[in-house]
Design a protein around this ligand. Structure first.
Ligand SMILES: O[C@H]1[C@H](O)[C@@H](O)[C@H](O)[C@@H](O)[C@H]1O
Length: 647
């Protein structure tokens, strides 16, 4: 593409963002911003000379100061940074869509392609496994070629993967497509938060990076809706489900042809002129010297302190502040996954069946409601992150998540205790020889993946119940006897696979909803947000690669072992186990996560300088405000302490 064409499109994007800025400036109370600033300025100047005498004339000082702050925030936040963030967050949307869509697609695929359980597991876990590998490799790639080419490369992988999946003639090609998509997800998951954090102004960084997680959960919700919609097609519905992700990927690719490289990466690579141009473009102001110098100085200082030789991961491990940051970053991602979010997301249909839902399509639509809860409560996180800060949000969220896990576990425990007994023993030799004949209660039968519970209902009582082997081809019926599809309606029996009919099953639904309400605003987004900001520039790609790798590896481990662990520990045992993991996470986060809200990226390293635990380090809104005033050339004093900063 010619330079001129690219300049034109960039001009259009910028006009769009300027327009957003213009609109804002036209609001009446904000139009007075500059005047307010001057008024507040004279008020505080007088104050600094004779505070007692002038106190009455400054009675409205607080109000003026607030207006001046509002003006400051608009001045340093042009709309362009939102355009940059939204195009980047399309990577998050694809991450959510491609990990979410497979559960619904699988229901159709296993019939169309006659997939065995092993192939189903392969198609799900190959994507997550590939994401783990490419997230780890993405660190090196980011450092060498930059953030923008990595995002472009990820969108190419998403487009190619979607095309292969939509056209796949056999299961081997499907597997190839899922691996390609997984490679894209891994690179996007580690690059996008870093890119947004490096482009955002400090007071909005948390919110903009959290928008990426909003897009992840939005992608998961959209995938669930598409799963529901295309499940009505008689054939090939899965091709549309899997192929649709090409559209946002194409949009992202086109957008990124015109979006700039991260200014911090450019400065690190010595491309100073380009970095200055990008900085003034995304800040929308000419006076970027302050920010440029602060980034440049911190890079120079870091090089002096840490040295430039040896692999980055080695230098991170031997330098205490980055080692501590790495422990915190990886720990957050570890506990995000150990709290079991993806068993809830991937197995919500199964968990909902425990609440008595025995229709496949209904289960898909109910999973869409679960995904919607996750999405809408992530929005609460976007709103809260700059208000209460990362630390309080994460701690509050994990506390609620732990309680919700206990509710889930108690729900399953109650259900197990009132589990219906098995009253009929099979008479035919084939049934007698199977493991199903050894259970006396429904719970045992439910947890054995080769058996299902066959029963009749008389009023509110369960009668004539038996545990029979499941049909190896479909879990919708028993292999033989009263609960095959042909005999069910004639004999008036019901077939329960993977669940037991009990009057306490609503507690599972309650626990599930509570879980997402608490998890989504904090534990969902904060590990990504915090990781994007806690490493110094030289260690940022590697730090994020490692922590994203930890996230994906634990994701595979937990989601693949869920059903097997439930066989050994029962369902309530698994949820008690996750509640245990979450409690350990709570202690870890309480002790180790500092507050990074409002800090400049270059200041955050100092939070990890002295010890592992820097609990509740304060924000620096005031500092940034003073800096803004200095940039504007005023001699503005907030208080005696701040005054010394200004001069
Ligand atoms: O932050 C995200 C989000 O919470 C998703 O819902 C979940 O599926 C991902 O594993 C997690 O990393």
């Amino acid at each position: 593409m010619s330079r001129k064409a690219s300049d034109n499109v960039e001009y259009t994007l910028r006009s769009l963002s300027n327009l957003m800025g213009e609109k804002k400036r036209r609001k009446p109370d904000e139009a007075a911003g500059e005047r307010t600033l001057i008024a507040a300025d004279s008020c505080t100047s007088i104050n600094s000379q004779s505070s007692a005498a002038t106190a009455p004339s400054c009675a409205a000082g607080d109000e003026l100061e607030r207006a001046a702050r509002r003006q400051f925030q608009q001045d340093v936040t042009p709309g362009f940074v939102y355009v940059v963030s939204v195009f980047s967050a399309l990577g998050g949307f694809l991450f959510g869509y491609d990990t979410g869509v497979v559960s619904g697609a699988m229901l159709l695929l296993k019939k169309d392609m006659n997939l065995s359980a092993l192939w189903q597991e392969l198609l799900v876990s190959s994507t997550v496994g590939a994401a783990a590998l490419s997230a780890l490799a993405g660190g090196v790639l980011n450092g060498i070629v930059g953030r923008r080419p990595c995002i472009l490369f990820a969108s190419i992988l998403f487009i190619a993967g979607a095309a292969v999946l939509a056209a796949a003639p056999d299961k081997e090609t499907l597997l190839g497509g899922r691996v390609v998509v997984g490679l894209g997800i891994g690179i996007a998951s580690m690059t996008v938060p870093v890119y947004i954090a490096e482009a955002a102004p400090p007071h909005l960084r948390g919110r903009l990076v959290t928008i990426n997680t909003l897009f992840i959960t939005g992608g998961q919700f959209f995938a669930a809706v598409m799963d529901g919609a295309f499940s009505y097609l008689p054939r090939d519905g899965w091709r549309y489900m899997l192929g649709l992700s090409a559209l946002p990927a194409i949009l992202q690719f086109l957008g990124f042809l015109f979006l700039p490289e991260s200014p911090r990466w450019l400065i690190q690579k010595g491309q100073t002129q380009k970095a200055r141009r990008v900085l003034s473009r995304i800040r929308g102001v000419q006076t970027i010297d302050e920010e440029y110098d602060s980034i440049k100085n911190s890079i120079d200082e870091e090089e002096k302190e840490v040295g430039a030789g040896g692999p980055v991961i080695y230098r991170m491990l031997v330098y205490p502040p980055t080692r501590r940051a790495l422990i915190v970053g990886c720990g957050l991602q570890l506990f995000q996954q150990l709290a079991g979010i993806n068993t809830v997301m991937y197995y919500s249909a199964t968990i909902l069946q425990m609440s008595g839902v025995d229709d496949d399509r209904l289960a898909i639509w109910l999973s869409a409601i679960t995904a919607f809860t996750n999405f809408s409560f992530t929005l609460v996180g976007v709103w809260l992150v700059e208000k209460v800060g990362r630390r309080k949000l994460t701690l509050g969220s994990l506390t609620g998540t732990t309680l919700a896990l206990i509710v889930l576990a108690l729900g399953f425990l109650l259900s197990a205790q009132v589990s219906p007994p098995i009253t009929l023993k099979p008479t035919d030799p084939a049934s007698q020889n199977s493991t199903c004949s050894k259970y006396s209660f429904c719970t045992g039968c439910m947890l054995d993946s080769s058996c299902g519970f066959c029963y009749k209902v008389n009023g509110s009582n369960i009668i004539d119940s038996s545990c029979i082997p499941v049909d190896p081809k479909t879990t919708e019926q028993s292999a033989w006897g009263r609960c095959t599809n042909e005999t069910k309606s004639k004999s008036g029996t019901n077939w329960a696979y993977n669940y037991c009919p009990t009057s306490y099953s609503w507690t599972a639904l309650l626990g599930l909803v509570l879980y997402l309400v608490f998890f989504a605003p904090g534990m969902g987004p904060m590990p990504w947000t915090v990781n994007s900001e806690i490493y110094p520039l030289w260690a940022r790609s590697t730090g994020n690669a490692c922590s994203s790798g930890v996230n994906w590896i634990c994701n595979v481990m937990i989601s693949l072992t869920f059903l097997h662990t439930a066989e050994y520990l029962t369902y309530y045992g698994v949820f008690f186990l996750y509640a245990g993991f979450a409690s350990v996470g709570l202690i870890f986060i309480y002790g180790c996560l500092p507050e990074t809200k409002g800090k400049k990226l270059e200041e955050i390293e100092s939070l990890f300088e002295n010890r592992l635990c820097t609990c509740g380090a304060s924000e620096s809104d005031e500092g940034r405000y003073i800096e803004y005033i200095r940039v504007k050339g005023s001699n503005y004093h907030l208080s005696d302490n701040d005054a010394s900063d200004v001069e």
